[in-house]
Design a protein around this ligand. Structure first.
Ligand code: 3PG
Length: 374
């Protein structure tokens, strides 16, 4: 895989770079609710500007149709004035090269050929550029035109973020088993089960909380009442997997009508599990604090509601005090950021699905296209 640091002033000065970033951020009431992903693209953008290149940024966003309402906020976060270019101008190409100094092409998924990895679309996108740089680690698990097919039309490099993500996440896979702890929570067991399986022989312990624990309870025939659970069947069991023994339950997940701590198994049919009990979270914390390396993805409960956030808080603090920590996932970052802990971790991955696929040992289409697996 060629990386951006192989391009210096000689190669970049006066050149036009198509830069894939992942600005797929949550937007609440017109405001960017989590800025971490955008900040993470700054190093590569600053490098291109400092070396005299003109850059056109390309990203998708799911929360809103167009970047238009947040383009100014993105510019403020990056400390660069950005000009938004409508996707329709891809055909006229007019504005694409007036780099002033940086352009942002509007939501690339407005054109469905993006998700179809359409070659003709990628060829059009590449027209007039000298280099393609991919710094959008979080979308590298998608075989999309601006991630994969584009590399067939331009000399392609990984940006600083992809370099850091792949270095740190491969270290998570390769570091010695002894003292390596994986902590998984949140929902979507289907995306986390492959990670659990991959780490059975790569980690000393795998601590499970959040809604994914419900799938384990269900598989064991333990009552989970009205708790969130999906249809994925948990077909793994190991003494390395540690499940919560004490839980917090409620009848009302808004948090308005209270919550009760109880041992597992005593739940009523109308109650749901919304957190791990703080005393039990301390047990997780002790294991984490004594580790050599901890990898954490997914909150321990409905951490966006203050009343159900205690288990996640205890785990987040423990992970922050571990010798080496790697965390990731949108909800995990949001929870850690709210606690003011984000700069206390060794590495924070911008990837949600991409981080999980990498940790599951799967090849990521975008990395493959950059030659990472050669
Ligand atoms: C993410 O948020 O995980 C990435 O931006 C990929 O988004 P997607 O799941 O919509 O492809």
């Amino acid at each position: 895989m060629k990386t951006i640091d192989q391009l210096g002033k000689n190669e970049l000065s006066g050149k036009k770079v198509l830069l894939r970033v992942d600005f797929n951020v949550p937007v609440v009431a017109g405001k960017i609710a989590e800025t971490f992903r955008i900040k993470s693209a700054k190093e590569t953008i600053d490098y291109l500007v400092a070396n005299g290149a003109k850059a056109t940024l390309v990203s998708h966003i799911e929360a809103i149709e167009s970047f238009s309402p947040i383009v100014e906020q993105i510019g403020e976060i990056l400390g660069q004035a950005l000009t938004l270019v409508p996707l329709s101008e891809l055909n006229s190409r007019g504005n694409l090269f007036n780099a002033s100094p940086i352009l942002l092409l509007d939501n690339i998924r407005q054109d469905k050929r993006e998700i179809e990895n359409d070659k003709e679309f990628a060829r059009k996108l590449s027209g007039g550029f000298d280099f393609y740089i991919n710094d959008a680690f979080a979308v590298c698990h998608r075989n999309h035109a601006s991630v994969s097919a584009i590399t067939e039309y331009l000399p392609s490099y990984a940006g600083f973020l992809i370099k850091k993500e792949t270095e740190n996440l491969s270290e998570a896979l390769k570091a010695p088993v002894a003292g390596k702890i994986v902590v998984l929570g949140g929902a979507k067991i289907s995306t986390k089960l492959p990670v659990i399986k991959n780490f059975l022989d790569k980690a000393e312990k795998i601590l499970i909380g959040g809604a994914i624990a419900n799938s384990f309870f269900k598989a064991k025939g333990i009552q989970i009442g009205a708790s969130v659970v999906d249809d994925t069947v948990v077909d793994v069991s190991s003494p390395k997997i540690v499940l919560p023994e004490n839980i917090v339950v409620t009848e009302d997940k808004t948090g308005k009508s209270g919550a009760t701590s109880m041992p597992l198994g005593n739940i009523a049919p109308n109650q749901m599990i919304v957190d791990i009990c703080p005393e039990f979270a301390e047990k997780f914390a002790e294991i984490i604090k004594g580790s050599e390396m901890v990898i954490w993805n997914g909150p321990m409960g409905l951490s966006e509601i203050e009343r159900f956030a205690e288990g996640t808080k205890i785990v987040a603090q423990a992970v922050a005090s571990a010798s080496r920590s790697i965390i990731g996932g949108g909800d995990t970052i949001a929870a850690a950021d709210k606690l003011g802990l984000l700069d206390k971790y060794g590495f924070v991955s911008t990837g949600g699905g991409a981080m999980l696929e990498f940790l599951a040992g799967n090849e990521l289409a975008g990395l493959k296209a950059l030659g990472y697996y050669n």
